[in-house]
Ligand binder design. Structure first.
Ligand SMILES: *Cc1c(COP(=O)(O)O)cnc(C)c1O
Length: 362
């Protein structure tokens, strides 16, 4: 069997070390003689993992004390309406940079008026809109920092005159973030911080409790924050196993990779290497506007005159162990997702594959 290079967009590659300790924990968690899939979430060993996981988030992203960190179920898609239910009184503003943003907009409309301040739908979301004005008469402004499908990314923390809400599903922990610029950050874990099944929410406490509507217990963020610290994210059964794997993934990030600052250097190098090859190679062309290129999802198609070789390259790459490089159907071509846990060797293997293909076909 050839070595598999995993470029899946999510769920995706995780650190080997995290997988190995997950296997061990399934057999025997915390020396209890009982596996993690079988323990009660009220055991002290588990409460310690919950507390440590929150601390890892706080340490890695330098999260200030006036923010809560929650681990919930339901995926980022559940946050699309939960955010609006908790924060939207009359009107919210959204930046439409892809179908995930569009889906968030759709859900927000259940709760109030939505102003789409700008959209890049006219060019298949291949760029991040610029020069728009954020209205000041809205309850919040919502952005999607990394557009997983199109390979565009807002790589800086913007100044915002109203509370800033960000879906960071696919670039959380890939770069340092100034948390204080945001009122709320959310995302599914399965792109960069763990397996599917757990959703993270980082929320500044003072923005909660301001909407006039009544909220269902599970929808209200304050339920999950709880009265006592120790009930945090444990109002109901949390996704125990995904949180455990997230714990191991973040430990790896902190201890082995130099934290978010360390991994950002590696991520930037990986992305630069691959974009350089795309720009150099006569067979391929990138689809995202250069200045908005994502360091997490690299999208490219066959260059003009080589369109007929798409299936051939897909087969060629597959033979050499490349997995998950098919682009989303709305963009076509190829997408290499090179998240934190994607090793540099995999990126180099893909580049070698592109070079070899060029030699044989150009
Ligand atoms: C994958 C993804 C989502 C959807 O996440 P789920 O956890 O599957 O609901 C939302 N936003 C972005 C940016 C994503 O990449």
């Amino acid at each position: 069997m050839v070595k598999a290079h995993n470029f899946n967009a999510g769920p995706c590659v995780l650190p080997k070390k995290a997988i190995e300790s997950a296997i061990e924990a399934i057999k025997n968690f915390d020396n209890t003689g009982i596996g993690i899939l079988e323990i009660s979430h009220r055991t002290p060993g588990w409460e310690r993992i919950m507390a440590e996981t929150e601390q890892l988030w706080r340490d890695l992203l330098h999260i200030p004390d006036n923010y809560e960190v929650l681990f919930l179920g339901g995926g980022a898609s559940t946050q699309f309406f939960t955010v609006a239910a908790n924060l939207l009184n009359k009107k919210a503003a959204y930046l439409q940079t892809g179908v995930w943003a569009k889906k968030a907009i759709k859900e927000a409309k259940f709760y109030g008026e939505v102003e789409v301040v700008a959209s890049s739908e006219d060019k298949t979301y291949s760029y991040i809109p610029k020069g728009y004005t954020i209205p000041t008469d809205v309850d919040y402004f919502h952005i999607t920092t990394n557009n997983t499908i199109y390979g565009t990314e807002i790589k800086y923390d913007m100044d915002c005159p109203v509370p800033l809400v960000a879906d960071m599903s696919s670039d959380i922990m890939s770069r340092p973030v100034d948390i204080s610029k945001y009122a709320l950050i959310y995302g599914g874990a399965q792109k960069n911080v763990g397996p599917a099944g757990v959703t993270f929410v980082i929320v500044r406490k003072d923005i909660l409790g301001k909407v006039e509507r009544k909220l269902q217990t599970m929808v209200d963020y304050r339920t999950h924050i709880g009265e006592e610290k120790k009930n945090k994210s444990m109002f109901n059964t949390p996704p125990v196993f995904p949180i455990f794997v997230m714990h191991e993934t973040l430990k790896w990030l902190k201890e082995d990779m130099g934290g978010v600052e360390g991994i950002n250097k590696i991520n930037t190098e990986k992305a630069q290497m691959l974009y350089d090859e795309i720009d150099r190679n006569s067979m391929f062309v990138g689809t995202a506007e250069k200045e908005d290129r994502s360091i997490m999802n690299v999208c490219f198609v066959m260059a003009k005159g080589h369109e007929d070789k798409q299936d051939a390259f897909m087969a060629f790459a597959k033979e050499r162990g490349m997995v998950g490089i098919k682009g989303h159907r709305s963009v076509g071509g190829f997408r290499a997702s090179i998240y934190n846990a994607c090793p540099v060797e995999s990126v180099k293997a893909l580049i070698a594959c592109m070079q070899e293909f060029e030699k044989l076909n150009a």
